[in-house]
Write a protein that binds this ligand. Structure first.
Ligand SMILES: Nc1ncnc2c1ncn2[C@@H]1O[C@H](COP(=O)(O)OP(=O)(O)O)[C@@H](O)[C@H]1O
Ligand SMILES: [Mg+2]
Length: 358
């Protein structure tokens, strides 16, 4: 039976006064694939280490299944080895002088399990991860993706209740990353193991996560499904952090020709000196019809980003907007209209006021 994880009022202060985590509350469901997403230094690893028992919170508690594994106020602390957790660290490395088999078997040898049981378990996990034919190889004779599978196998061989992955894809190159994400996601589904993955890369988060929590400076910004985060970011930070190519975000005085063109004045509450307008490049389309466009301007750059073509359109002297181009007749230097499907409006405080569909 898969178990859930509750993180309750967890605060971590590194002396003298680095606040790495500020009052974090999360309830991770059994068998969920949960992702913690945030820039470097936002507290992701600290949170994972607290769950694993490699660090202790300054305040708050962590519950795995129905067992309190740490409670700062009551002085409860369960040792890491008694938490039944498998972890792949950020800079995971296999033992170079050992074969894949011995690398995977290592955690079980430490536990002094009988040889036959170790053999059975190593072969079982290797089979599940599709690496049976690699077992005799040493790391130097495996690709990055294969090494990573072995690292995941080593974390899973103990049959942990929870799998913790800290930036597991960071030392894989772009192409292998795609298959590595799929692999981790497939294994997680197949085994139904509750998994918490930490990453600074929104594409990683969206590729694997059932739900994603966005962390900034130790403070939770938003928690939701990828669709919720993408479609309704709570603030400018989340809006800017999620999406590729990134959202167009402009800070505009509330009296501005663009606000007039978009006819969104009525959505802006009083006492906002300025607002932020957020438009995803995929929700703004370059069109040849200038009459029915929300905005217009000149195409300054036309390039592929990933598999789609985008134009940078100069709308005013100081504002350019990146938009999707589907019409092959649109060229660089041409005048185009921009048709906007949807925009996000944020107040002076950076919080989302509304999402407007056209
Ligand atoms: N052992 C430590 N002592 C002091 N400060 C630390 C320690 N570990 C982490 N920090 C600080 O806590 C913050 C969060 O770090 P970390 O959890 O590693 O972030 P992330 O994994 O998101 O990059 C950073 O400001 C970092 O410098
Ligand atoms: Mg980290």
């Amino acid at each position: 039976m898969a178990v859930g994880v509750k993180i309750e009022n967890v605060t971590k202060v590194f002396p003298p006064k680095v606040v790495a985590l500020k009052n974090i509350n999360i309830e991770i469901k059994p068998s969920e694939f949960f992702v913690i997403l945030g820039p470097s230094g936002s507290g992701k690893t600290t949170l994972l280490r607290i769950i694993a028992g490699l660090d202790v919170p300054t305040k708050g508690r962590v519950v795995i299944g129905d067992r309190v594994v740490v409670d700062a106020d009551k002085g409860v602390f369960v040792e890491p080895r008694d938490r039944n957790i498998g972890m792949v660290f950020q800079n995971w490395a296999l033992y170079p002088h050992m074969t894949a088999y011995d690398n995977i078997a290592f955690p079980l040898k430490i536990k002094k399990l009988p040889k036959e049981e170790i053999d059975r378990r190593v072969k079982e996990v290797a089979e599940a991860l599709g690496i049976s034919d690699l077992l005799d190889r040493k790391p130097a004779h495996m690709s990055g993706g294969q090494q990573q599978r072995v690292a995941v196998a080593r974390a899973l061989v103990k049959q942990p209740d929870i799998l913790l992955l800290d930036e597991p894809f960071s030392n894989l190159d772009a192409r292998i990353r795609v298959t590595a994400r799929e692999f981790v996601r497939e294994i997680q589904k197949k085994l139904g193991i509750t998994t918490i993955l930490v990453t600074h890369d929104q594409a990683d988060a969206f590729a694997v996560g059932d739900r994603v929590m966005v962390l900034r400076n130790g403070v939770m910004q938003q928690l939701g499904t990828p669709d919720e985060l993408y479609g309704a970011p709570v603030n400018v930070f989340v809006a800017n952090f999620i999406g590729d190519p990134p959202m167009n975000i402009f800070q505009l005085k509330t009296i501005h020709p663009i606000i007039d063109s978009l006819k969104i004045k009525e959505y802006i509450p009083p006492n906002n000196e300025f607002v932020y307008i957020g438009i995803r490049p995929d929700e703004a389309i370059a069109i040849k019809d200038l009459e029915n466009a929300h905005l217009k301007g000149k195409v300054v750059i036309l390039k592929y980003l990933g598999s789609r073509k985008y134009a940078k359109v100069k709308v005013t002297d100081d504002i350019s907007i990146r938009v999707l181009v589907e019409d092959e007749d649109i060229k660089e230097d041409s005048e185009v209209g921009i048709y906007i499907r949807k925009l996000h409006l944020f107040g002076s405080d950076g919080k989302r006021i509304d999402t407007i569909r056209f």
